[in-house]
Design a protein. Structure first.
Length: 190
């Protein structure tokens, strides 16, 4: 989990935990891993605990999120959705097809999502469809798999264009990853 933000106190046990170590492991400020995490140059360069405000040993990316197009023929329902898992991975499903989109955070760890929130906000839509999965426009904790999708069961086309954001808190004041212009399409073809 990201180290506390400016104005808070950071402990060496929190730094150890952020580095994936035991909270009680031996650590010192001149440790190369601490310097790397804090973004402070080599040995001999001044480093302080305040250099660690808001830093994370994790990387976050939504670059591999794909546009998803689901098609079906009557009487089947067309659907398209993204899924973000609590272990830091993500995938997609569309009308019987699915796949991996990689990781929203690296390294992946069982249960890491309990420290992060996701918000998917629709920015444009056309046609008609039913929104499925987790709530749009609100922050959803990633402690469980979160699905965001659309479906259509009548002939025709529906498209939803979205912005996806991940934050370290439920208010969204510390966003660590954003992806805009992402499409979900559901079409039933006669």
């Amino acid at each position: 989990m990201t180290l506390p933000a400016s104005g808070n106190t950071i402990s060496l046990s929190q730094v150890n935990t952020e580095l994936g170590r035991s909270a009680t492991a031996n650590i010192n400020m001149n440790d190369s891993a601490v310097r790397s995490l804090f973004g402070v140059g080599g040995s001999g360069t001044t480093i302080s605990m305040s250099s660690g405000f808001g830093k994370s040993a994790r990387t976050f990316s939504l670059a591999s999120v794909v546009d998803v197009d689901g098609t079906a023929f009557p009487p089947d329902t067309a659907y398209a959705e993204w899924v973000f898992y609590a272990d830091g991975t993500m995938g997609y499903f569309s009308s019987g097809i699915g796949g991996s989109m990689g990781n929203w955070t690296t390294p992946t760890t069982a249960g890491i999502g309990s420290s992060y929130w996701i918000r998917v906000t629709e920015t444009y839509s056309t046609g008609s469809f039913t929104i499925t999965g987790s709530g749009r426009g609100s922050w959803n904790q990633l402690n469980v798999a979160r699905y965001f999708g659309i479906s259509r069961n009548l002939g025709g086309y529906g498209q939803s264009i979205n912005t996806i954001e991940i934050s370290t808190n439920s208010s969204g004041t510390n966003i660590v990853a954003t992806r805009t212009g992402m499409n979900l399409v559901a079409e039933v073809i006669f």
